[in-house]
Design a protein. Structure first.
Length: 297
């Protein structure tokens, strides 16, 4: 262990951040594999509940270590709103994962930051220059490249992912607002406490008691999901977003690889091209925002 700590201490922060980001992309893709693998037995709405249930279990040690003070907040209504938005987003995304290609879903999910950028301008008063609008236009052009309206290339799953991304982008905007006063741990704890009960309601209507094998897949969904988010957060703590964000694109490559290896899905060229356009647009906006914040400070 001391050997690993020495390596960690002597590794540049930017390289550590990139490593955490790459590790999170693998886990996000594995979570999607788990969701798809258990879908023959368990409805995706029930899988979403267990994602939150096991997520809370895995986060309990953090809550016990931090103590009751971590629950102090003046924005409880915003936490409930965020939990509601993310619950609906998760339900739609998990359902889409069971009926569409992994690579298509991941490529379209890159649109979430685009919606966050638009909502931040409309509701948080953030300034929007022509570069941001040009990047947004390019991002939505990437959506058209993937979906190719009229071709029937992407069906219901693509629509569900886009709606899910709108909801996720709205949740991210609420996080921007709450981050002014609440810590990341406080927001994550309340996320689990709200999403668990909210996702249990739709799960009741499709409930099936899991088999031993299904329990393993469901635990895998919760474990990989929580660990992926923790690694993603650690990535941004280790290095500037401009240094690590471009590597999030590897999620699409893992999705294409795992989709082919586990489910025989062949990723389309237009999916990879459109996903690259969308991701490039979202990354440009994020880097531009980070640069503006540094100049302002």
């Amino acid at each position: 262990m001391s050997f690993l700590r020495d390596i960690y201490g002597h590794t540049p922060p930017a390289l550590r951040g990139i490593g955490f980001m790459l590790a999170s992309t693998v886990l996000f893709a594995l979570m999607q594999v788990c969701v798809r693998s258990v879908s023959d037995e368990i409805h995706p709405f029930e899988t979403a509940f267990f994602r939150n249930f096991f997520g809370v279990l895995f986060m309990l040690p953090l809550l016990l270590r931090a103590g009751p003070r971590v629950l102090r907040t003046q924005k409880i209504h915003m936490h409930v709103l965020r939990g509601s938005l993310q619950t609906c987003s998760l339900l739609l995304m998990f359902y889409a994962l069971t009926i569409g290609k992994l690579s298509d879903n991941v490529a379209l999910s890159f649109t979430a930051p685009l919606y966050t950028a638009i909502l931040a301008v409309l509701f948080l008063g953030e300034k929007a220059e022509w570069r941001r609008w040009a990047a947004l236009a390019a991002g939505f052009a990437g959506v058209l490249i993937i979906m190719r309206p009229g071709s029937g290339a992407i069906g219901l799953s693509g629509v569900l992912v886009l709606v899910s991304s709108v909801l996720w982008g709205s949740a991210m905007m609420s996080i921007k607002f709450m981050a002014r006063t609440d810590s990341a741990l406080t927001m994550n704890i309340y996320m689990g406490l709200t999403m668990g009960p909210l996702s249990f309601i739709p799960a009741l209507f499709v409930w099936t008691w899991p088999s031993p094998e299904a329990w393993a897949w469901l635990a895998g969904v919760g474990f990989t999901g929580v660990l992926a988010h923790l690694l993603l957060a650690q990535s941004f703590r280790e290095a500037d977003a401009t240094a690590v964000l471009p590597y999030d694109f590897v999620r699409l490559l893992w999705a294409a690889l795992f989709g082919f290896a586990f489910f025989g899905e062949e990723p389309g060229v237009w999916t990879l091209v459109g996903g690259a356009v969308i991701f490039g647009s979202a990354t440009f906006i994020a880097m531009r925002e980070a640069r503006v914040r540094r100049q302002a400070s």
